[in-house]
Ligand binder design. Structure first.
Ligand code: NZQ
Ligand code: ZN
Length: 389
């Protein structure tokens, strides 16, 4: 394994009823809470009433920061930071999915920082001297794993850049994770989030080193868990076992544990983020379109791992196939799973309907240093074109 340092500062409270049991105690030291949420699902499924009821009973002043959109923008971050400053919020409580959590991480830093957070944080990664506002999260959809890392993926609409970085100071202080909160997630978003989990694991698994390492073994177990439990949750959206496994799979995929000793690829994420910056497409759906095509480009460069993936994750028995055939069978099994769970398989289905945009998007993508083969912008364009229709 490669050398590493491991730390994760987020304390997790997991399970049915955890918000009722712990939220009041976790907000004890704050008086004004910036309560952040998305487009209103929390008002329809009862989560908002439960959370505000607890905060009011504890005598908190609540400042609402609502309407955080999927693919949160830098402008929205600035709005949240202004609110936090104006009302002297001493804690941020993010209630939602990756978009709400990421936006709030950015707000927690921007509210305390006098400089321009885009120029000095996302565009030019360095260390920011201020400590962010304390942040707690209540997760309502399984997917990004943002609850247990310092990642904040933000879209700068003017510059057409969607980017993030894992900055340990931005780890939430606590994460409350009640799997029953995810029962109301629409089927399409559930499978999109599920594929995002799988993608995080694959982006880490398909990278060096290839010799025996515990991270790869954990990842095979996690991938099988995501596939099994996604199928179960599609059959029965109120299957608590499936929902709780998916919720924890998501956290495990992005709480840094499986990345230990690994290089990590994330080329598909780099490509999807720029598709998102230009077209505002759904994150997990974009990844579903890209992964099989990208893997057909690189499987020969990481052949032993792709063979392992076919055998250990998809249970494909080795017959008389060559290694290359077996590796491709694994990628085909992944593509078949994407179809089975109803995710898009082309950029057109994703809503990208102008092929002439693809070159500009491809040229704007970051190039991963951790992939089995370093991409060029020409090859990324080829991948986009193969994904198009
Ligand atoms: O906005 P509302 O009305 O709340 O509806 C949301 C939204 O429409 C809905 N939803 C969430 N919980 C629900 C629910 N609907 C019904 N019942 C519930 N309990 O789901 C929709 C999607 O929410 P969103 O937060 O956008 O989804 P997700 O969690 O997939 O987050 C996506 C964002 O996270 C970034 C993505 O790029 C994207 O911007 N990522 C963050 C990462 C990180 N910080 O570690 C890593 C990821 O790779 C990813 O890039
Ligand atoms: Zn992702």
């Amino acid at each position: 394994m490669n050398n590493f340092i491991f730390e994760n500062a987020t304390k997790v409270y997991f399970g049915q009823g955890c918000v009722k049991e712990y939220l009041s105690c976790l907000t004890k030291s704050s008086s004004t809470v910036l309560l952040a949420y998305g487009g209103g699902s929390v008002k329809r499924n009862g989560v908002y009433d439960e959370v505000t009821g607890i905060l009011k009973a504890a005598g908190k002043t609540i400042v609402e920061f609502s309407g955080i959109m999927a693919n949160p923008t830098y402008a929205k971050v600035q709005e949240g930071a202004r609110l936090a400053r104006e009302h002297h919020a001493d804690m941020i409580l993010a209630v939602g999915g990756g978009s709400v959590m990421d936006c709030c991480k950015a707000v927690s830093l921007a509210a305390r920082y006098d400089g321009d957070i885009w120029d000095n944080f996302w565009a030019r990664p360095g260390v920011i001297s201020v400590d962010p506002l304390p942040l707690g999260v209540i997760v309502t959809v399984a997917g990004t794993g943002s609850e247990c890392n310092g990642g904040a993926v933000i879209t700068n609409e003017e510059k057409k850049i969607k980017t993030g970085r894992d900055y340990p100071k931005l780890n939430p202080r606590f994460a409350l994770m009640d799997p029953t909160y995810t029962y109301s997630v629409p089927a399409r978003q559930m499978v999109s989030g599920g594929f995002d989990i799988l993608s995080h694991i694959m982006e880490t698994y398909f990278s060096g080193p290839n010799e025996d390492n515990v991270s790869d073994d954990i990842m095979e177990a996690l991938m099988k868990s995501v596939i099994r439990n996604l199928r179960a949750a599609i059959r029965d959206p109120r299957d608590y076992t499936a929902r709780s496994n998916l919720m924890w799979d998501a956290t495990m995929a992005e709480n840094r544990i499986i990345k230990m000793g690994k290089k990590c690829d994330f080329q598909c994420h780099n490509m999807e983020h720029q598709l998102g910056a230009f077209t505002d497409c759904n994150h997990g759906c974009g990844l579903a379109v890209l992964h099989p095509v990208y893997y057909r480009h690189i499987y020969k460069d990481g052949l032993p791992k792709f063979v392992r993936f076919a055998e250990n994750v998809w249970g494909i028995a080795r017959g008389c196939q060559s290694d290359e055939e077996l590796a491709l069978a694994g990628v085909n099994a992944l593509a078949a799973f994407i179809k089975e769970i109803g995710l898009p398989t082309t950029l057109k289905e994703l809503g990208v309907t102008d092929e002439s945009m693809l070159k500009e998007i491809a040229d704007s993508c970051g190039i991963s240093a951790g992939s089995y083969r370093k991409m060029t912008h020409e090859e990324i364009l080829k991948i986009f074109q193969e994904c198009y229709a």
